[in-house]
Design a protein around this ligand. Structure first.
Ligand code: URA
Length: 251
């Protein structure tokens, strides 16, 4: 496995596709190499192409504001793009460009090995879901703002910050959607003492429950909500609120 430094230098000198002729600078990702959250934009804009750094232009400013909500800084996440070079006229990426460039994204993912992949916008989301064997819904609205889990990887696609450059009305909803990153940035505070952990360690509860709730969207866990509200609940209630006869037998 190459180091991130080797990979960045390979990206900066890349000539795998014709975008190499029109770009000023190819832009590798940056951030915490052991980040829990790994965000993937589409491609550098003109400012990124000038500076050689991800999300330093208008979209980057908006992304910074959206990350302020859940209290995250750029330094504690990893931030990159599906395509490492500017797409002339901000056009959509072509199939061949995605095929050539996604090799770099794959290697960044391998090095950082994040808990969550957070694709921003349609093309990164489509690539990432497909990479983990998920059938991409035709209805684009079914892709975003939900937690996917496949082949051991958690994926939470969000809308691209550039949407707010053109549609200011979408801001409140976007702020609310990005707030989920606050939840995803830590495990459930009850995890250590939760019976779900015990059942999982004893081999009677599938990892999926732990990954998608305890170490995923714990705020949506019915057990978490009952705990917070002081509502009594038996050990064999699952995170989705259903009762498990199997767990009842092991209680
Ligand atoms: N938009 C992106 O998707 N990525 C950037 O780095 C900048 C703008």
């Amino acid at each position: 496995m190459s180091t991130m430094q080797d990979l960045k230098s390979e990206i900066r000198n890349c000539g795998r596709c014709p975008l190499a002729d029109s770009r000023n600078r190819a832009v590798p990702g940056e951030g915490d190499l052991s980040a829990r959250l790994f965000l993937v934009g589409q491609a550098p804009g003109v400012d990124e192409d000038e500076e050689g750094r991800v999300f330093v232009g208008r979209s980057g400013k908006i992304l910074g504001e959206l990350l302020d909500g859940p209290g995250l800084s750029r330094e504690e996440i990893y931030l990159t793009n599906l395509i490492k070079c500017f797409l002339p006229g901000y056009r959509r990426p072509k199939r061949g460009e995605i095929d050539a460039c996604s090799k770099y994204l794959d290697r960044e993912i391998e090095i950082v090995a994040p808990e969550f992949l957070i694709p921003l916008g349609y093309y990164p989301a489509r690539y990432i879901l497909h990479k983990y064997g998920i059938n991409v819904p035709e209805d684009k609205s079914e892709i975003f703002n939900r937690l996917w889990y496949s082949r051991g990887q958690k994926i939470f696609p969000l809308g691209h910050p550039a949407i707010l450059v053109y549609d200011k009305e979408a801001r409140d909803e976007m702020v609310e959607n990005y707030d989920k990153l606050r939840v995803l940035s830590s495990n459930c505070k009850w995890y250590e003492v939760c019976p779900m952990r015990r059942f999982n360690e004893r081999g009677v509860l599938d990892d999926r429950w732990i990954e998608t709730y305890c170490k995923g969207d714990w705020e949506s866990c019915q057990r978490y909500q009952m705990e917070e509200n002081g509502d009594p609940h038996p050990d064999y209630i699952l995170p989705d609120g259903s009762l498990s006869e199997r767990l009842r037998g092991h209680s």
